[in-house]
Write a protein that binds this ligand. Structure first.
Ligand code: ATP
Length: 364
């Protein structure tokens, strides 16, 4: 088991900053997802942890020891990439055994581990097939197995499921999670897919433009996004954010969204709302926390998507857009109509329109 600490970690390419001042500690046995859009610096961070890329600044510590000068082969990390690196001329068995053989593991032990991992990853029926003829799904499973069989104390996976099909991806999400549980590895998982991060990770580090924006458990990040970027990036669909202004009536603050109506500011955010000197504010609420209501905001129903277990209502008004997610047994509003809705107190989040940062309230 290994703790990974990134301390003021930075990487520049010429005058371009790919990663700035990253501080993140990944605990022993933790499953950490690095999540963010393409180009945000996830792979750069991962490649520095692996030892494939030298940091421009800062330190990387494994269990307290700075490993920046330790070559990749000596860091004790397993690494699986988006594009499986499999020896196609070898059989599945030979691929699985490759790393153990290179380490000089005795043959009987190799056979035992190959059999165990093949069963774990459902490769046992094809051990003697040549990798060349296997599907992309199976090859990626084999790539994970080939690295996992060495039981590295740190396991790094960079978008390992982005080339496999959707059904297989769902299966692999739970398999990877149980693999990590079984071997108690410290796992760092790079993805741009918030669903992957939300379903597998103990904690998620959300990144954008080379910066770490927020670190927390999936539910923390879902419930209390640090800023509007995280609010919109997490969730499918992401959080609704509308431009509004504070209005005060008898000492109680609400947010008016011009032309749409008002939503009450929950008691937990009243003090923060009153502290704010400028009247402009952004109000956020999750699509799945929207309910039909007598009062609140009124928007035009653009179209209604019925997708099995839920219905997504697309709303629009004077350039503002929002979405509501309703259970499939609720009667959705008609496309073309005006619909009035609100969100419960606990659902309301407020963001500074200039910085995008969330206003912090009292604990719920
Ligand atoms: P993706 O999923 O698209 O790979 P990412 O979040 O992993 O995205 P990185 O690969 O870490 O992003 O790249 C971060 C930024 O650094 C990008 O703008 C990329 O173009 C740039 N970059 C990465 N490697 C180099 C390099 N060797 N030289 C110059 N720029 C680079």
């Amino acid at each position: 088991m290994s703790e990974i600490a990134l301390e003021n970690l930075g990487k520049t390419f010429g005058d371009f900053t790919a990663l700035a001042e990253m501080n993140l500690t990944i605990a022993n046995g933790e499953f950490m997802a690095l999540l963010g859009p393409s180009g945000c610096g996830k792979s750069t961070t991962m490649n520095m942890i692996a030892g494939m890329l030298r940091p421009s600044s800062g330190a990387i510590r494994f269990n307290g020891r700075d490993v920046v000068d330790v070559p990749m082969a000596k860091r004790g990390v397993g690494f699986v990439f988006q594009n499986y690196a499999i020896f196609t001329h070898m059989s599945v068995r030979e691929n699985l055994a490759y790393g153990l053989r290179a380490q000089g593991t005795p043959a009987a032990e190799i056979n035992k581990r190959v059999q165990a991992f093949a069963e774990l990853l459902q490769l046992d029926t094809m051990l003697d097939r040549r990798a060349a003829g296997l599907s992309v799904n199976i090859l990626q499973r084999l790539a994970i197995g080939r690295s996992a069989i060495l039981e590295p104390s740190i396991f790094l996976l960079d978008e390992p499921l982005s080339n496999v099909d959707a059904a297989f991806r769902a299966v692999m999400r739970s398999e990877l999670k149980s693999l990590q549980g079984e071997f108690d590895q410290t796992m760092v998982y790079v993805t741009h897919d918030q669903l992957e991060a939300m379903t597998m990770a103990d904690r998620i580090a959300v990144m954008d433009h080379g910066k770490l924006l927020q670190v927390g458990t999936p539910l923390d990040i879902y419930n209390a996004p640090a800023d509007t970027f995280v609010a919109k990036f997490i969730g499918a669909p992401g959080m609704n954010i509308l431009n509004g202004r504070f209005v005060e009536n008898a000492g109680v603050v609400a947010v008016e969204v011009p032309g749409l109506g008002t939503l009450d500011v929950p008691p937990t955010l009243q003090a923060a709302a009153k502290d704010k000197k400028a009247p402009n504010i952004q109000i956020g609420f999750r699509p799945e926390q929207v309910n039909a209501s007598q009062s609140g905001l009124t928007m035009h129903v653009g179209f209604v998507e019925r997708i099995g277990a839920r219905t997504i209502v697309h709303l629009e008004h004077s350039g503002s857009t929002a979405k509501a997610v309703l259970p499939s047994d609720a009667t959705p509003p008609l496309a073309g109509s005006d619909w009035t809705f609100s969100a419960s107190d606990e659902a309301i989040r407020l963001f500074d329109p200039t910085s995008g940062q969330a206003l912090k309230g009292r604990a719920h």
